[in-house]
Every structure is written in structure tokens, then in C-alpha cells.
Write a protein that binds this ligand. Structure first.
Ligand SMILES: Cc1ncc(C[n+]2csc(CCOP(=O)(O)OP(=O)(O)O)c2C)c(N)n1
Ligand SMILES: [Mg+2]
Length: 560
């Protein structure tokens, strides 16, 4: 017999559906297009916190970061038209990062559909390429079904964003329907014969290399894989912005196979006879622009393990393709063990090269930014979360930070600026007991810096570093290389960032010498406010290894 069901309006059915999915935190900017949802959330305030942001770009990054950090779909609410367009950046990040997300967008009432009514967009077309699925809920009684479908889709196979449009009439209408229970997370597992094939390949291998990355990992799977890799003396690297999947202090860790890769590590990946890739898609950044691994037929015997069947053979024709969840694959690996002393010697060499590569070296100016990154890496708790944006300032983070634990990194593999600050806000709200820092560039920070208001409103107290070189430095670097001396469109006139933080009720510091950083950080961390430390670096210090002037000179010489 069916239970007696209460009649609820669509907004309440939706809010209750989210609670049934286990959602505890959602982000967004309100709109008149989804007032019934706000009314539904009103009753759930103690169980489900709806964090109101200052711009949908920041809100969508927060939802993405929450999904990345917890492995459960990050939830975003934006209004129709303008809200939906502002919110697109975090959806693109979620797509490229394989992050589970469910995005709700207001929609015009069905009676006005297709007239280009006020703020009307067809989200199926707009988000068609960026989301795993775009649906529109046209009938109030089907809200639980659509929400259940959305959550299942977001976490299955290769995780990613799902978009649901909410026509106004659906939300205001009423129905007596039951909630659907929490979604399953379905993962495939490797077959015995695939594991046997892997054994055969590795038994013959002289220069194997393991590369891990992508989404869908668990803490236990990472730990189990690390134990297996170490026990077999294999070298391991991580794909672009996935360094936190492997303890960087491990004797097996050889470094990150991403942007600004150690050339010796790049060579090692190229020379591998068996390349065991677990979870990584092998995108442009991880393959050095498709040169470390050639498409479609790699020189290495490629074993590609991925949770999304559609990713296997998408770019590369692997020697062995295994459709598996990460935890399932790691479990199957436990039955394999190899004794090959030449592997161990090569791993030791790779580790030595990693340690040499990551040592900070002197840069021009009064601030040794590499030493600051290393100081933080050594000093903060092992589980501290570092949220970073995009720009050359992140190069020092990639090179000098040692990630020690699962999900200690929040970065955007689509290289989108403005990610670090809102990602840190989300991390602090989702896991308040952990230390969180944001690492931003001067250009990067001001893309979403107004979310310091959100941090202040909700008590997300963490320290953000803004590395100020007065430049869109990355672009300036490429400009000097291609068109030396012809500087245009890459210089910035910045505000006083510390004063900016104070204006929002935060704590502000400005650092112009290395020695001033530690006391400034201590004050910022103890302030009990959202804190910001502007670090003024010499604009000539364009990467951890070279200067703008050296790049310009080299380019001028080659063009003479
Ligand atoms: C949203 C977005 N817009 C533009 C770019 C192109 N872009 C990449 S890095 C960069 C400059 C970053 O400047 P800043 O944050 O100051 O860091 P810096 O390179 O100076 O260290 C730009 C404009 C991008 N990646 N993302
Ligand atoms: Mg800059």
C-alpha cells in the first residue's frame, strides 16, 4: 500500500529531493525564477545550507569545488538567462575535471516556451556540450525521478556536471509524490582475463611507468594503489593538477605529468615500455600537447584504465583497455606482484630527479616566492587544502608544494582563472575543521575576488595569498616569446589588495620581503577573519626557473 503522501509545491518537492540525496551544502545566486525552491529550502535550513554568492561564476566554482572535494555532486542554483550564462564557467571546469555536479537553472513557464520570453534560453542547446545530460522538468510529479536521474548520471562512469532546467509553472504546481532515496554510485570492475593480460605485459616490462589521475577516486583506493606501487618498486606520476592522489613524499613518486613538466620526467614517460594509466584521460596538458603519448597509436604499450567506457580508445588506441572504477581496479591489482630489481633502480633515479627539480632556486627581487611556497608546504597540516587558480603564479605551487594527502588540492584542469578563491570558500564551508589556503594571481583573484563577501557572510575564515606581479604574466610570457618587446594588453594596474580585504571585513597584509611573510601569515591565520596577503613579486620573475628578460633576449636573438 502507498503511504499517505502530503501535497507539496514543486519547490518543496525539489528541496526535499535534494535532502534525500544527502545534499548538505548548495551554492547559488537567487532569482525570481525559482522562488518556490527558496521557499522549499526555507524549511531545511538546519540540514541543507544554501550559500548565497555574489556572482554565479564564483558560485559555480564553489559547487564544483565541493563536488571535487567530497566526491558527491556539488549543487548549484542559478536564475535563468543571465544567471545561467554567468554560471557556465564552473560547469566547464566540472566537465574537464570529471567532477560530479548538479546544476539547477530557472526557466520560463511552459506557456511562454520558445517565444524568446524574458531571459529564455534553451539549456539543452546551451549546455549540450558542457554537461553529461541536460534535462528540463516539465511536470511537477516527476521532480523526484529527474533529480534521482541527475544524481545517478553525475556520479556514474566518468563523473561530470548535469543540468536541470526548472520551468516556473513546474515549481509553483503541486503534487502528492514520494521522495526517491539517495542515488547509487555504480562502478564497473576489471575482468580476471584483463588482469591476467596486465600481468603478462608487466612481467615483460623493463621500463614501466604508472600514471594516475582523473575523477572518481576514494581515499582508500589511492592508499591501496600507493602501497601496491611501492611494494613493486614502480615509479608513479600524476596527471595535470591531480598531484594529491599520491603522497608526494613516497619513494615511488616521480612528479606531476602536467604543465611545466620536468624534462627528465617527460623523457621517462616517453621511454616507458608499458604505460599504465589509471583514471587519467590523457588530455593535452598531461601529454605535453599529445607528444609524450602519440595519437592514435602510442609507442608505449598503453594500458588505459578508465571508469567511462567512452574514454577508452577516444584518443589513443590502448594495448589493453580496462573499463573499471578506481577502487575496483586497485582491489584487483592486489593479487599481482612482481620482483624486478631494475624497476627499483629506475624508480630511485626518478625520485632523485624529482627532489632536484622541486628544490626552490633564487629569483630576482626581494621576495623569494618559491621559498614561501615551500615554507607553507612544510608548515601546514598534512591534510591542509590548497586551492589554486590559473596563471604563472601557480607554477611555483606545482613545483615546490608537496601534496601529502587525498584531496588536498583544488585546482582547475581547464586552466580557468578565478577558481582558487571561491574553491577555498567552498572547502572551508564543506570541511571547516581543515586548514584551507587559496593561492591566487593578481589577475586571477579579481575575476572572483568579490566572493570575499561570501566568505565574510558565512564565516569562511582562511588565508588567501595574492601573488602580485602587475601583469597577466602568463600571456606576457607568451607575448615576449612570440613578439619580443611588443608589449600590449598584458599589464595591470591593481588596487591595494590588503585594503580591499579590509573593506569586506577581512584581514589584509602586504608582503614585500621574504622574511616578512611568516609573521604576516601567523597574524592572518590568527585573525579569525577571511584574510588576504598580497605578495609583491618582481615582474621579471616569470616562472620558477626563468625571467621575462631572458625570454625576451632569447626570442630577439632567434629572430635576428
Ligand atoms: C577565465 C580565463 N580568462 C582568461 C584566461 C587566459 N589566461 C591564462 S593565464 C592568464 C593571466 C593570469 O594572470 P595572473 O593571475 O596575474 O597570473 P600570472 O600569470 O601573472 O602569475 C590569462 C589572462 C584564462 N585561462 N581563464
Ligand atoms: Mg599576475
Amino acid at each position: 500500500m502507498k503511504p499517505d503522501l502530503k501535497t507539496r509545491h514543486g519547490g518543496k518537492i525539489l528541496a526535499d529531493a535534494l535532502a534525500a540525496q544527502g545534499v548538505k551544502l548548495a551554492f547559488g545566486v537567487p532569482g525570481e525564477s525559482y522562488l518556490p525552491v527558496l521557499d522549499g529550502l526555507h524549511d531545511l535550513q538546519d540540514a541543507l545550507r544554501f550559500v548565497i554568492c555574489r556572482q554565479e561564476g564564483g558560485a559555480s566554482y564553489m559547487a564544483e569545488a565541493c563536488g571535487k572535494l567530497t566526491g558527491e555532486p556539488g549543487v548549484l542554483f542559478v536564475t535563468r538567462g543571465p544567471g545561467a550564462t554567468n554560471g557556465a564557467i564552473g560547469v566547464h571546469t566540472g566537465l574537464q575535471d570529471s567532477t560530479p555536479m548538479v546544476v539547477f537553472i530557472g526557466q520560463v513557464p511552459n506557456e511562454f516556451a520558445e517565444r524568446e520570453a524574458f531571459q529564455e534560453i534553451d539549456y539543452r542547446r546551451m549546455y549540450g556540450q558542457m554537461a553529461k545530460w541536460v534535462g528540463q522538468i516539465d511536470r511537477v510529479e516527476r521532480i523526484p525521478e529527474y533529480v534521482s536521474h541527475a544524481f545517478h548520471t553525475a556520479v556514474s562512469g566518468r563523473p561530470g556536471p548535469v543540468v536541470l532546467a526548472l520551468p516556473e509553472d513546474t515549481l509553483f504546481a503541486e503534487a502528492a509524490v514520494a521522495d526517491a532515496p539517495k542515488h547509487h554510485t555504480v562502478r564497473p570492475a576489471p575482468s580476471d582475463s584483463q588482469i591476467q593480460e596486465l600481468r603478462n605485459l608487466l612481467e615483460k616490462a623493463k621500463t614501466p611507468f604508472v600514471l594516475l589521475g582523473g575523477g572518481g577516486w576514494t581515499r582508500e583506493a589511492c592508499a591501496g594503489l600507493q602501497r601496491w606501487i611501492e611494494a613493486n618498486g614502480l615509479p608513479a606520476g600524476t596527471s595535470f593538477r591531480c598531484q594529491d592522489l599520491f603522497d608526494n613524499r613516497s619513494p615511488s613518486y616521480a612528479g606531476d605529468v602536467g604543465i611545466g613538466i620536468n624534462p627528465k620526467l617527460a623523457q621517462r614517460v616517453k621511454e616507458a615500455d608499458v604505460l599504465l594509466v589509471i583514471g587519467a584521460r590523457l588530455g593535452e596538458m598531461t601529454t605535453g600537447g599529445y607528444t609524450l603519448v602519440e595519437a592514435p597509436l602510442p609507442r608505449q604499450a598503453l594500458v588505459h584504465v578508465h571508469a567511462g567506457a567512452e574514454e577508452l580508445g577516444r584518443v589513443y588506441r590502448p594495448a589493453l583497455a580496462i573499463n573499471s572504477g578506481m577502487a575496483q581496479f586497485v582491489e584487483a591489482l592486489q593479487g599481482l606482484s612482481f620482483k624486478n630489481s631494475s624497476w627499483k633502480a629506475r624508480t630511485e633515479e626518478a625520485r632523485k630527479q624529482f627532489l632536484e627539480w622541486t628544490e626552490p632556486r633564487p629569483m630576482p627581487g626581494q621576495v623569494q616566492y618559491g621559498e614561501i611556497v615551500r615554507w607553507l608546504s612544510d608548515k601546514l597540516p598534512e591534510d591542509a587544502i590548497v586551492a589554486g587558480g590559473a596563471g604563472n603564479f601557480a607554477g611555483w605551487l606545482h613545483r615546490h608544494w608537496l601534496y601529502k594527502g587525498f584531496r588536498t588540492q583544488l585546482g582547475s584542469t581547464n586552466g580557468s582563472m578565478g577558481y582558487g578563491y571561491p574553491a577555498a570558500v567552498a572547502a572551508k564551508l564543506a570541511q571547516p575543521a581543515r586548514t584551507v589556503i587559496a593561492l591566487c594571481g593578481d589577475g586571477d583573484f579579481l575575476m572572483t575576488g568579490q566572493e570575499i563577501a561570501t566568505a565574510a557572510q558565512y564565516g569562511a575564515n582562511f588565508v588567501a595569498l595574492v601573488v602580485n606581479n602587475g601583469l597577466y604574466g602568463t600571456i606576457r610570457m607568451h607575448q615576449e616569446r612570440e613578439y619580443p618587446g611588443r608589449v600590449y594588453g598584458t599589464e595591470l594596474r591593481n588596487p591595494d589588495f590588503a585594503a580591499y580585504a579590509r573593506a569586506f571585513g577581512g584581514h589584509g597584509e602586504t608582503v614585500e620581503r621574504t622574511a616578512d611573510f611568516a609573521p604576516a601569515f601567523e597574524r592572518a591565520a590568527a585573525s579569525g577573519k577571511p584574510a588576504l596577503i598580497e605578495i609583491r613579486i618582481d615582474p621579471d620573475a616569470i616562472t620558477p626557473a626563468t625571467t621575462l628578460s631572458a625570454i625576451r633576449e632569447k626570442s630577439l636573438k632567434s629572430k635576428r
